[in-house]
Design a protein around this ligand. Sequence first.
Ligand code: GLA
Length: 394
Amino acid sequence: MQPDKRTKNIFDGFNTFFEGSPTHLAIAPGRVNLIGEHTDYNDGFVLPVALDRDVRVLFRPRSDGRIRLYALEFDSWADFEVGSRERNRNDLWPNYVQGVGLELAELGLRLQGFEGVVSGNVPRGSGLSSSAALEIASAKAFLTAADQIHALTGPQLARAAQKAENEFVGVNCGIMDQFISTLGEEGHALLIDCRTLDYRRVPIPDGVSLVIGNTKASRSLAGSAYNERRAQCEDGVARLQTALPSIAALRDVSSEELQAHSSLLSETVYRRCRHVVSENERVVAAVDALEGGDFLRVGQLMNASHASLRDDYEVSSEALDRMVDAMRSHSACLGARLTGAGFGGCAVALVQTGSQTEVRESIQDKYAKTMNIWPEVYISPPSSGARVLPLSNM
Ligand code: GLA
């Protein structure tokens, strides 16, 4: 295999800091979510796609229990003993790796140390799940170093990484990002049932492409507002249960039921619930439309998703609304919406294949004119999930 520039940089990094040769390269992608936002922690449905941007860990096992990793882009080190619960206070990224190790150990796996270099090209802090990619690439490295790569199923691995982020890093995310980073498939989105963790592949036909617009606007409010939305959903479920005792999550509530019992909820909580309930219905409809080749309908559902996130869930922002406008103003765009948690970060558009370069330029021009910020636009084919390459043949 002829190494590309990125691979070469990682190898150079390894040779600078470590003796001997690496044995494996673990790769885990970022993601973009086509539709199904803020539904994962409500036991609902999501339809994400793995990106062609990823986090890579080039490593070799150690005979002791130490983890020593150098992050190329951060120019900083993770250095800890497997099982240590002492958090790194200077840099955040080592905590993702450490938390994943703790969760895997919690599942009864006997882990071993490893050392190497981490490098990523998923834009950070942009809502494309660079953290989940780091977690899953690290999880693959832990499992490989311990000779236990088949010890967990994909969904189990994703769950362990989500728990690491919830409990050790302290971010209360759902399971979507870790799941798609682990199990994504080339040419496909995954329809994931976030309650059962059943999933199925949904082909993204060649005729349509995904265009991602990075607003480059900060997401500073994201953490607290995300937790507040989760709490509002839980409040909604608790109140609805007085009339609908069999429901366990908003996933179990239909639009008709929600409307019939709206008097149980405050106006704000009603709107939060209305987003989640209607978004679940939109995911199911979008899968039908994609599979039936009705891309116009998929685009309409994406537009409706954005409106619901903006008006009912209130997680959009000026920058995201302007990005979505810039995307929709091109005639090849079938629909566009914010993607990920919101409050900044990225929007995704479904675009007729063939005009991507022109679409990119048009989005950049229009967005820059209204926001005075030069955005990044990525065009990514639906890519495959995490994998580990043994390096004996490189
Ligand atoms: C973030 C979280 C996900 C999901 C989305 C919103 O990306 O990590 O679990 O909740 O927000 O859909």
